[in-house]
Structure formats: C-alpha cells, structure tokens
Write a protein that binds this ligand. Structure first.
Ligand code: PLP
Ligand code: COI
Length: 340
C-alpha cells in the first residue's frame, strides 16, 4: 500500500479529509447495511434533532502501523460498548457493537494510505459518531439517526508533544452529579468551549474540572482523565460517576499493575492532595499521556517535582509500555490489538 505524501512528523491534531467514510442510517426502527462513501458532506432537515437539541454522541480511537508493518487498532470493542452507553443515555438507537468494530476495520482499510508509517509519531484518528437526523420541534428524541465514521491522520494533541503542560483549576463545571459526564455526548464538549478559550487566552493549556457538588475532588479535563504518581511510585487515578471512563486510563491501570508491578489506586482524589504527588499526566486517545508540569489554582502554583522540561520517569515508563503495546513492540494482553 503506497502511503499519501504527507509530512507525517509535523502533523498537529487537526482534521483533513480522507478518501472514504462509513455511513449507516436508522429509519423505521432499523439500521440499514451501511456503505463506504466518498461524500464527506451531510444534508439534513433544518429541524434535525442534532441541530435543535444537540442529540449526538461520538467516540475516538486510533489505527497504528506496528514495527513489523501491520495496521492495527487498540481495543475498538471498548469504544463500541461506551458508544452503546452514550446512546442509551441520550435515547438514541444503539449501533450493534459487532457492526461498530466491523465498520472500524472497513473504514481503516479504505483509508490505509493515510495510516501514518511506523516511527513517524503520527496515527490515524478514527471518529465514530451518531446524531438525530429527523425533525423534532417539541423536546423529544428524533425518529431517524445517522451513524458515521471518518478518519483523519493526526499528530500530538498538545503542541510540543511530550513537553509538560500547565493547566488551571476551572471555576466552570463540566458535569453535574447524575448528569452526562460519564458518556461521550457532544453537549459535554459544547459547554466546555467557553472556558477552554478563556484558559488558552490566559496562557493555560487545559482546564482541570472539579466535582460540581463540593468542588473538593479532581475530576478530569475537557478531553482526558488524570493520572498521578505518588512519591513512592503508586499510580493514583480519580474515581467519580461523572467522569468519562477513559479506555486509555483503564488500560494504563492494567499496564501499571501487570507490566510494571506498580500499585494502583482508583479512588477519589482531593484537590488539596495534588501537592503531594511526584508526577501528573493527562491520558486519553488524543492525549496519549501528556505530562502536566504545573497546576494553577487561583494564583497558587502547584509544581510537580518532575518539572517543566520532560515527562516524569514513571509516567515515561507507562507511556513507553502503552505505546509499545499499541505499536507492536511489546506483547499485548489478549484482545487489545485488532488487526485490520
Ligand atoms: N475524558 C474525556 C472527557 C474525553 O473526551 C476523553 C476522550 O475520549 C477521555 C477522557 C479519554 O478517553 P479515552 O482514553 O477512551 O480516549
Ligand atoms: C479522544 O481522545 O478521542 C477524544 O475524543 C478527546 C477529544 C477532546 C479530542
């Protein structure tokens, strides 16, 4: 397969159109067979559920070229299952999980020329999403839906790649108790835009959200979960019903325990504990693991001992092991790597 002539090593996290995308429509209570299409545009009624009441959810996963030249995906079954949870919460029809994984394979195969080569630092980002496409004007679920999946080659989510970032404690909330923080609803991201622009304007890379009820516990950022490393080398990661159950975070918990022999704590993390940690990072499909060097809480700086120059040593080990598994350098647990 001849690859496209793209400057892979200088890609940022942006959209560029690729050759084919998968589309399936839900009508009269059933999904159609779905097709791969070259048409990257969507036409729908002005009154579509997604346009009026934001009835939409999405997923994100990546395809990689392994060291020995295979094209693989990382745990697509977990994206399928999380999308099912999102759909149920948003009163949308579930796209069958086996068909979701099959569509991932089809769409990556159809865009194989855009899967970045091994060692380039880039990957092919896959974006599955679903939206209410029929007209609704009273507040209720749509009757018709479209499920789509496109791909786009991407580089690091944060400029500077592995350079530690600075984040601020945010006064706006991301998710309410008993709300939608645990699913990947488009609305969670729409309501984060005001404060992400504000954070960037003030020179911060991201927002740290706290629990909305008490503003005592650390939740997550707008697009990634937190990991912390204690001074005695434990992995600590926040537990809350209103954060997105990150597939990267769940994988790292297993990697830490089984590959690196670390102790892992999945528990509530208080904001006032941050100063005791040795290292901090953000983890997610887009973020991979992005080290955090500093958290600013209303003028008070919490600087992690790992500093602002490079990833802390334990975070680096986690990063190397996870990406080693994804790129085929390290043997993966059963079922984690799906060949295209
Ligand atoms: N948290 C939020 C709010 C996200 O949008 C994402 C991205 O999907 C994550 C965490 C990380 O999840 P995952 O590791 O499954 O990509
Ligand atoms: C992902 O990591 O796949 C996401 O969806 C996060 C998003 C903020 C880009």
């Amino acid at each position: 397969m001849e690859k496209k002539n793209i400057d892979w090593s200088n890609l940022g996290f942006g959209y560029q159109v690729t050759d084919k995308r998968f589309v399936s429509n839900y009508k009269n209570g059933a999904w159609d067979d779905g097709v791969l299409t070259e048409d990257a545009t969507i036409t729908m009624t002005e009154c579509a559920g997604v346009l009026q009441y934001a009835q939409t959810c999405f997923e994100g996963l990546k395809a990689y070229t392994t060291e020995d030249g295979r094209t693989v995906c990382f745990r697509p079954d977990l994206n399928a299952s999380r999308m099912k949870d999102s759909c149920i919460r948003l009163r949308m029809p579930v796209f069958p999980e086996d068909r979701f994984v099959e569509a991932v394979k089809q769409v990556v195969r159809a865009n194989e020329a855009y899967v970045p080569p091994y060692g380039s630092g880039a990957t092919l980002y896959i974006r599955p999403y679903m939206f209410g496409s029929s007209a609704v004007i009273g507040v209720k679920p749509a009757e018709e839906y479209q499920f789509r999946m496109f791909t786009t080659p991407v580089g690091p989510y944060f400029k500077g790649g592995a350079k530690p970032i600075t984040i601020r404690v945010c006064d706006y909330d991301r998710a309410a108790p008993n709300g939608t923080g645990h699913i990947k609803a488009g609305l969670n991201y729409a309501m984060s835009l005001y404060q992400i622009v504000e954070a960037h304007d003030l020179g911060y890379d991201e927002n740290m959200y706290l629990d909305a009820a008490t503003r005592t516990y650390v939740e997550e950022t707008g697009g990634a979960n937190f990991i912390f490393i204690t001074k005695d080398g434990k992995l600590v990661t926040p537990k809350s019903d209103s954060i997105l159950p990150s597939i990267t975070r769940r994988s790292l918990m297993e990697v830490a325990e089984k590959y690196l022999g670390m102790q892992v704590e999945h528990r509530e993390v208080r904001l006032d504990e941050l100063q005791d940690f040795a290292e901090c990072g953000l983890c997610g499909t887009a973020a991979v693991i992005s080290p955090v060097g500093k958290v600013v809480d209303h003028g008070k700086e919490i600087c992690f001992p790992s500093g602002m120059e490079e990833m802390g040593p334990v975070t680096k080990k986690l990063y190397d092991t996870l990406t080693g598994i994804q790129m085929g350098r390290i043997e993966a647990p059963e079922g984690w790597i799906v060949e295209i």
